[in-house]
Design a protein around this ligand. Sequence first.
Ligand SMILES: Nc1nc2c(ncn2[C@@H]2O[C@H](COP(=O)(O)OP(=O)(O)OP(=O)(O)O)[C@@H](O)[C@H]2O)c(=O)[nH]1
Length: 222
Amino acid sequence: MTASSPDSIPAGVQSLPEQTPPPIHGIVLAGGRSSRMGTDKALLPIGGVPLLQRVVSGMALLCRGVTVIVPASEPDRYAALPLGPEVAFAADRYPDKGPLAGIHAGLLAMPAECDYALVMACDMPVLSEPLLRRMTAALADSPPPEAVLCRGQPMHALYHRRAAGAAERLLAADRLRLSGLAEALRTRYVEPPGGAEAEAELFLNLNTPEELQAYLRKFHTY
Ligand SMILES: Nc1nc2c(ncn2[C@@H]2O[C@H](COP(=O)(O)OP(=O)(O)OP(=O)(O)O)[C@@H](O)[C@H]2O)c(=O)[nH]1
């Protein structure tokens, strides 16, 4: 290539600019029974703010809009929380089928401008921008993945809106394991930033009073 050839890179530019990552919608699962916690996990006060509100605020900073997925029997469960105008609610279409039903409903409710969603659980207090960047970089693969998971973690993961079809087939067959969704898709796995030892902290979720107490003690967020 000569300096005057039509496809030459202009002087001073070392490489072509990186592709702009596609807009990512945020989906937060907030159904479920919280039976191990004994009280609604979404409303646990962390530093005085309900956990769902904290998760949603973090997602709103990183995502193009956020949808909270609630049980079909209680569509207004969190309507009183001040979650902000960019936050929508959608209800499960398969009641009482667990997180897979929440992912399915979320993917069907995505706005047209986004093809991928970041799926989080309302009981996961840690949202990692470096991990999200690593996952969105994987979307440039050819062919593009239908899901990007950090190791085998089905939450804090990206799913293409097309994954709703695979989720629907699994739900119809009553195959509710979340790992079944990643297995049914063209899934790309990435490593956690900070290495394998960072995984437990990144994917911390608060299921029991003991886990909540340990989290509050560690991060001083009473
Ligand atoms: N939309 C939706 N979200 C769900 C459903 N079941 C669980 N979730 C969410 O998925 C995430 C993981 O849920 P789990 O901890 O496995 O289940 P849980 O019912 O919340 O809690 P346990 O009763 O203690 O098992 C949490 O964010 C839940 O709010 C469901 O049926 N619908």
